[in-house]
Design a protein around this ligand. Structure first.
Ligand code: NAD
Length: 249
């Protein structure tokens, strides 16, 4: 039970990578707070986590809304008494390149992916500093480091911005006992790529990779768990690729 006694907040927990990570944390003993915009889907994930023996809170949250997030974090600390781990997966994709990306699209993507990261990290870091430590991991993307045709301009910029958060927070709060890292997945078999790749594009992208397949969300979850576990305590400020060789730097 790597996470017995730990309290974890997971954003984007209703689906995909966030859901897989939440269930893995539940399996390994953590008390978990599931946060997602899709309130109707949180209940099913909460039921699955309770069936694994976990204590669970399910909190409908829009990460682009600062007050929403601050209230959720306050509720978690009120209920569980502490907050040890943040797994920040809430995010949206856009494939629009600059000539098609109007201001509304830019603001939508930056608002969720980048301002959302600010909104989530601020109250979480404050709590972790007060406690004397904590672990943060977030889902950036290989698109933060290397362009590809399906990653739009706002998406790539937002994911690159998250890496600056990681570096800045890890540097600023390392002496307060925080570690802060990002994972940079290639293509993961969640609903997200199917919403944004046209027929044939996904196969072409995977054909370029060494693995020749998409990642399973559980594989991304396993890496994130390592980064927030005791075994990962010497890793901070990193942006760890997990792309099956689609992107290598
Ligand atoms: P997903 O669409 O399956 O899940 C994302 C979750 O985030 C959804 O449950 C959604 O409701 C939630 N969400 C969206 N906007 C929100 C908001 N404003 N407030 C709260 N919750 C919100 O996607 P996924 O594949 O699990 O992606 C998780 C993260 O990993 C994202 O940040 C994504 O950019 C990143 N990522 C995914 C891939 C991939 O191929 N799937 C690759 C690289 C990076």
């Amino acid at each position: 039970m790597r996470f017995a006694g730990k309290v974890a907040v997971i954003t984007g927990a209703a689906n995909g990578i966030g859901k897989a990570t939440a269930l893995q944390l539940a399996t390994e003993g953590a008390r978990i707070a599931l946060c997602d915009l899709k309130a109707d889907q949180l209940g099913g994930v909460a039921d699955q986590a309770r069936a694994l023996g976990a204590q669970v809170m399910a909190l409908p949250v829009d990460v682009s809304n600062q007050a929403d997030v601050a209230n959720a974090v306050a509720k978690v600390v009120g209920e569980f008494g502490r907050l040890d781990i943040l797994v920040h997966c809430a995010g949206i994709m856009s494939s629009k390149q600059i000539l098609d990306c109007d201001m509304a699209e830019w603001n939508r993507v930056i608002g969720v992916n980048l301002t959302g990261t600010y909104n989530v990290c601020q109250p979480v870091v404050k709590q972790m500093v007060a406690q004397g430590g904590g672990r943060i991991v977030m889902t950036s993307s290989a698109a933060a480091k290397s362009p590809h045709s399906n990653a739009g301009i706002a998406y790539a910029a937002s994911k690159a911005g998250m890496l600056s958060f990681v570096r800045q927070l890890s540097y600023q709060f390392g002496r307060n006992g925080l570690t802060v890292n990002a994972v940079c997945p290639g293509t993961v078999a969640t609903e997200m790529p199917y919403r944004h790749f046209e027929a044939g594009q996904l196969e072409a992208r995977l054909a370029e990779s060494v693995a020749g397949r998409m990642a399973r969300p559980e594989e991304i979850a396993e890496l994130m768990l390592h980064l927030v576990s005791d075994a990962g305590s010497y890793i901070t400020g990193e942006a760890v690729n997990i792309t099956g060789g689609t992107f290598i730097d």
